[in-house]
Design a protein around this ligand. Structure first.
Ligand SMILES: Nc1ncnc2c1ncn2[C@@H]1O[C@H](COP(=O)(O)OP(=O)(O)OP(=O)(O)O)[C@@H](O)[C@H]1O
Ligand SMILES: [Mg+2]
Length: 245
């Protein structure tokens, strides 16, 4: 089993859109794929039309009061399962702080998901104890970056955080997200960072078909399979598969 966390310190950069679309492509490739929505906003759960099966599910999972297997739900798609989110994970830090090995709880939960080929963690933005858990647990931290000054700055902050806390920076991989071809700054930042092998060559442009996922409440491929946006995610997925699976 390989685990990939979609993460950025910054919000609204395309983590959830990528979680859903990459998980969908992995499942379509025949990989038994689980998407674990760790964000109390529950956006991945919304796209896959899933709600938790029992009350305070996220809270109970993180505190060890519920069996993770009971939280796994089917989706409308073959080979794709989800652990949905609810608002109870907003208290994740307090819950985790009360646990032994408080930075490694998620790692031990992931160890019981060996029946999957791929687990995708849709992380909330920020840096907290939950994020320490994500950084320790996931095999790869996949960071969507909008090619702007502030976004790149937050990516550098994360790199520093990894180094200062003895975390493995080798886990971090990035791709550019919401790229606007009309903006010179986007082109300049992309060229500058492509020298850095951490960045995948394929990127996701700013395209309204991606935004429409919210309207259709579906992965992109279900309503715009032949779109340019769908092709961009396919190309990115092919590159990710080659490099991290
Ligand atoms: N490539 C794109 N082109 C246009 N719109 C996009 C693209 N990617 C995401 N969006 C839109 O931008 C918004 C934020 O995207 P998304 O929810 O994937 O980001 P996020 O990083 O998960 O946000 P959060 O930090 O709140 O969890 C959504 O409305 C989404 O539809
Ligand atoms: Mg999100």
């Amino acid at each position: 089993m390989t685990s990939i966390a979609l993460y950025n310190l910054k919000g609204g950069v395309g983590k959830t859109a990528a979680s859903i679309n990459l998980a969908y492509l992995a499942a379509a490739d025949g990989l038994k794929t689980l998407i674990w929505d760790l964000d109390p906003q529950g956006s991945s759960s919304f796209y896959l039309n899933a709600t938790p099966g029992f009350k305070k599910e996220s809270q109970k999972l993180l505190s060890g009061d519920a069996d993770i297997k009971e939280a796994i739900q089917d989706t409308a798609f073959e080979n794709l399962w989800i652990i949905p989110a609810d608002l109870s994970s907003r208290n994740a830090d307090i819950l985790l702080d009360e646990q032994k090995q408080s930075k490694k709880k998620l790692k031990s939960l992931l160890a019981s998901l060996k029946q999957f080929d791929l687990v995708i963690l849709d992380a909330p933005p920020g840096i907290s104890l939950l994020h320490d858990n994500i950084f320790n647990a996931a095999d790869w931290i996949l960071v969507p970056n909008i090619p702007t000054t502030l976004s790149i700055r937050s990516y550098e902050t994360v790199q520093e955080y990894f180094t200062e806390n003895g975390l493995d920076t080798g886990k971090i991989k990035c791709f550019f997200s919401m790229v606007d071809h009309r903006k010179n700054l986007h082109h300049e930042v992309i060229q500058q960072f492509y020298k850095d092998k951490i960045f995948f060559k394929n990127y996701i442009p700013y395209l309204s078909d991606v935004e429409k996922m919210g309207v259709h409440q579906q992965p992109l491929f279900e309503f715009a399979n032949s779109s340019y946006a769908a092709q961009c995610y396919r190309d990115l997925w092919t590159e990710i598969k080659k490099n991290v699976l």
